[in-house]
Ligand binder design. Structure first.
Ligand code: NAD
Length: 346
């Protein structure tokens, strides 16, 4: 395997690896180990070129520094990308080579699942490194993080409702859920259990059928979800959906959901604020998944540890939204400041 160090100011270590035998082309980006070893998933995507893959790896690695710190985890931020099409290029040999690449970081970086990478793929990588988490098997195997992510979103949504709607009570509220995947479906269950009304959308008909039969949810087309008469909008599909156009359409007074990188850019946060819509910062709200993975990395088998950490996400959201309200500041800016202070003290 050939390694090449990539130039990335502000990052601790960014390496590109190419293994001719398996065809692996991968980048591991370590943004910060100030709080502990860097942890963040591996994304497999058919990037058009190395530069695009590097840009994504850097952006995601820095995001993990912020997410891990906001979740009060003793972990830094890192991420990896594999340049390949998950539908056609994935082989056990490729994932094993990736495991060897992760191992070459000697514990400076822990990997796990992300878009395009399954539990089975991580299990292949784990044959060649002990720095892989998100496994089903093993003493500390943490399995699917999605139910924990959904619980965190639910708890933070209650807090956001307190600030944006005047009460944390979700019974009788209408929630528009975009995306009924691993997290979205679990979130719907939490919301249904407390008596919320659900308006849902997805591009997958099977998921729609499941949500209508289990939660008596109303269904709308994907492009109609923004204009619904809902109290809360919960993005649980793709990132970058809070664009100027979509914010213009939004009727909900609160945005709180699982999707990563919801704001298209910083002006989107301002636009939400100007429209009187309260935005619960995504990387705080969706930290449950990495908390679940962290228990495996830190070899903690106590479910109470995970539960307490997830509850802390709600406390942190409360602190951030209190500060934002009293200072008339943007919640996502306050969240970044909150993390910058943690990092400065470390
Ligand atoms: P998933 O792939 O299981 O689910 C996404 C769902 O969104 C799918 O059902 C898909 O059909 C649907 N979808 C895609 N495009 C859509 C569109 N245009 N309109 C409506 N629905 C659409 O993913 P997931 O694991 O549930 O994660 C959801 C989001 O939360 C992602 O952004 C992910 O990065 C983020 N997230 C997930 C976790 C976790 O624990 N899984 C943790 C943190 C953040």
């Amino acid at each position: 395997m050939k390694f090449e160090q990539l130039d990335a100011p502000g990052y601790e270590r960014v390496i590109y690896a190419h293994d001719e035998v398996s065809g692996l082309k991968s980048i591991i980006a370590v943004h910060s180990t100030k709080l502990g070893p860097a942890a963040g998933g591996c994304r497999m995507f058919a990037y058009d070129d190395l530069e695009l893959a590097k840009t994504d790896a850097l952006r995601l690695a820095k995001g993990m520094t912020y997410k891990n710190a906001a979740a009060s985890l003793p972990l830094g931020g890192g991420k990896s990308v594999i340049i390949a099409d998950p539908k056609t290029d994935k082989t056990p040999e490729l994932m094993q080579a990736f495991g060897r690449f992760v191992d070459s970081f000697n514990g400076q970086y822990y990997t796990a699942e992300d878009v395009g990478i399954s539990v089975e793929d991580i299990a292949e990588a784990a044959k060649f490194t002990s720095y892989a988490a998100g496994l089903e098997q093993g003493e500390f195997g943490s399995g699917d993080p999605s139910p924990v992510t959904a619980r965190g979103v639910f708890l933070c949504m209650q807090v956001a409702a307190k600030f944006g709607l005047g009460s944390s009570e979700l019974r009788g509220r209408t929630i528009a859920v975009q995306g009924l995947g691993h997290v979205g479906m679990h979130l719907c269950q939490f919301l249904h259990d407390v008596g919320a009304h659900l308006i849902v959308t997805d591009i997958n008909d099977q998921a729609i059928e499941e949500a209508t039969s289990r939660f008596d949810a109303s269904v709308v087309a994907p492009d109609q979800i923004y204009t619904q008469d809902a109290d809360i909008f919960a993005p649980c599909a793709m990132g970058a959906i809070l664009s100027s156009d979509n914010i213009e359409k939004l009727k909900a007074k609160v945005v709180a959901g699982a999707a990563n990188n919801q704001l298209v850019d910083n002006t989107a946060g301002q636009k939400l604020h100007d429209k009187g819509i309260l935005y619960a910062p995504d990387y705080v709200v969706n930290g449950g998944g990495i908390i679940n993975v962290a228990a495996e990395i830190l070899k903690i088998s106590d479910a109470a540890w995970v539960n307490e950490k997830v509850e802390t996400l709600a406390t942190t959201t409360d602190q951030i939204l209190t500060h934002a309200q009293t200072q008339n500041a943007l919640p996502h800016v306050v969240a970044d400041q909150f993390v910058d202070e943690i990092l400065a003290k470390a």
